[in-house]
Design a binder for this molecule. Structure first.
Ligand SMILES: [Zn+2]
Length: 279
């Protein structure tokens, strides 16, 4: 049986990435950088989940309408892409409220089911965030990166397949929890866990390795792909960043869309809510 995997796009501007170190800019590229992704999804008749930054939606209402009308899922990636670690409960609620009011202006009353924190910034230090999501009516979260490999984020010991997430400890399952979690699903080789299905890892790894790794994950479960429009856009502004940030931000941009298409031709995908079986 062919496994159906979850495909997600974090719809943000190039300057929302933490690694460009807060360089806000008036250069908006979200719409033009998202277009080739939408074209590929049309060509391969695939639906995806777009986790949208509210301020990007505010500036690009037609883009959001077009994504929605094509049958893709609209999820929330906060209003202004602030890391949840840097917020408190009331600021986080305010971010969500602003996001929802913009979305209501653009799409009318629409149920938003899924949330992704910028930079996977939910863990046991800010469990209130999950409670706010529950109170706001979210059905799932997809902010858990279940391994510690990046200096910015990651939680060792969290499940690596979809689970009902405990609101008391993100590493635990709780059958009574109202929130589902779709964590990043790493490739396991022996005791090693390697992230392969998104962002820099997806750009950096050779196609053959990706194909074998993802096929291996699919022997037991679906995987989750995450991708950003700026990652596949040649005109993404390049800065002289410190070496780590530069490599992680810019490596493989010119071949990223080709790799994205490669995945679409070799694996089956659907929206995150559909893979989770949500209505
Ligand atoms: Zn983001």
């Amino acid at each position: 049986m062919t496994v159906i995997n979850a495909l997600s796009i974090d719809l943000e501007e190039w300057y929302h990435s933490e690694l460009v170190e807060g360089r806000r800019s008036s250069i908006s590229q979200a719409a033009e950088a998202t277009k080739p992704i939408l074209d590929l999804l049309d060509r391969y008749q695939t639906k995806a989940s777009f986790f949208v930054v509210g301020e990007v939606a505010e500036q690009n209402p037609d883009l959001i309408r077009s994504i929605f009308q094509k049958g893709h899922e609209i999820g929330c990636h906060t209003f202004s892409h602030k890391l949840v670690w840097n917020l408190n409960e009331s600021l986080f609620r305010a971010e969500l409220e602003r996001f929802h009011s913009v979305m209501e202006m653009i799409l009318g009353k629409t149920k938003i089911k899924g949330f992704r924190a910028p930079c996977f910034s939910i863990d046991n230090r800010n469990l209130w965030a999950l409670k706010v999501l529950r109170d706001t009516g979210y059905q799932y979260d997809t902010s858990i990166f279940p391994l510690r490999i990046n200096p910015l984020y990651g939680i060792r010991g969290a499940p690596t397949r979809p689970y009902r997430i405990s609101l008391e400890d993100v590493r635990k399952e709780d059958a009574q929890s109202p929130l589902l979690e779709f964590p990043l699903c790493p490739l396991r080789i022996g005791r090693l866990k390697i992230p392969i299905s998104g962002g820099f890892y997806l750009r950096a790894l050779p196609r053959l390795f990706l194909h074998r790794g993802l096929t291996r994950i699919n022997r037991s479960q679906p995987f989750l792909v995450y991708f950003h429009p700026w990652e596949g856009y040649e005109k993404t502004p390049r800065f002289k960043l410190p070496l780590f940030n530069r490599v992680v931000s810019y490596y493989g941009i010119s071949s990223a869309l080709g790799k994205f298409e490669y995945l679409l031709t070799h694996f089956r995908f659907a929206r995150v809510d559909q893979v989770l079986g949500l209505k």
